[in-house]
Design a protein. Structure first.
Lengths: 56, 191
């Protein structure tokens, strides 16, 4: 018996072929509100605060 | 983690654009990768809910850390590493939660049926009992089709460690399969 082949075919049979449809949307919604770097976040906050004060 | 759709050039272009901050490109890239990411997380974690949480977290980390990726050619190993770490974090969170619930309930642990069932379910049982680290090596090698040196690279561990984890896991799985064959042979003689 070829154990390696058995394991490979078993894993392929076990693996789901598609992620649930909602998963991509949920993940991208989270990405949409995720700043890339802390510095960007700080700049965003400064720009928002300045906009609220009417400076830009 | 080659995507199922789109050629390598298109994929590379998406990675480059996403790295520069193009969220639409990242969305397309995520759509290409998500089925495979989900399958790997599901195989490693053996739990649909945990796998989905791990994939979400991995995609968020991927977006945040993409500017640090120096070589686009290393994207697959880099993404595997992020996914496996996210899976390990979800696994750890679940273990801590289960431990806290068990402490609250103060119920005796139910003994595991180590006799097993005489069929392929035994393979699933043995696989489920392997440590997360050992399962990860087997999944990356046999399902994601990565050679062991690349598995080591994706996991950030020495090649020797990947090799020993793999051999330990395979010995356990081999024993389960061979026991299954022996039992089937005995049952064949009886009937």
């Amino acid at each position: 018996m070829n154990v390696e082949r058995e394991i490979t075919s078993w894993l392929n049979a076990e693996a789901p072929t598609h992620a649930p449809d909602r998963l991509l949307k949920i993940a991208l919604d989270r990405v949409a509100v995720s700043p890339r770097r802390a510095r960007c976040c700080a700049v965003d906050q400064w720009v928002s605060a300045a906009a609220r004060r009417g400076r830009c | 983690m080659a995507g199922a759709h789109g050629g390598p050039t298109m994929r590379q272009d998406l990675i480059e654009r996403a790295r520069r901050g193009d969220r639409d490109a990242f969305g397309q890239l995520a759509a290409l990768e998500i089925d495979r990411m989900h399958a790997i997380a599901r195989l490693i974690l053996r739990d649909s809910g945990l796998a989905e949480d791990a994939v979400q977290e991995a995609l968020v980390r991927c977006w945040r850390q993409l500017p640090k990726l120096r070589d686009v050619a290393n994207f697959d190993a880099w993404l595997y590493r992020i996914l496996v770490r996210a899976a390990a974090d979800e696994h750890g969170r679940r273990r801590r939660f289960v431990a806290s619930v068990q402490n609250l309930r103060l119920e005796p642990a139910v003994a595991d049926d180590t006799q097993g069932v005489a069929n392929r379910d035994e393979l699933e049982k043995v696989f489920g009992r392997l440590s997360l680290e050992n399962r990860t090596v087997v999944v990356l090698h046999h399902y994601a089709d990565l050679p062991l040196p690349l598995v080591a690279e994706a996991l950030g561990i020495p090649p020797g460690t990947a090799k020993s984890r793999y051999h330990y896991a395979m010995a356990s799985l081999r024993a389960a399969l061979e026991a299954d064959v022996r039992i089937a042979a005995v049952e064949g003689v009886r009937s």
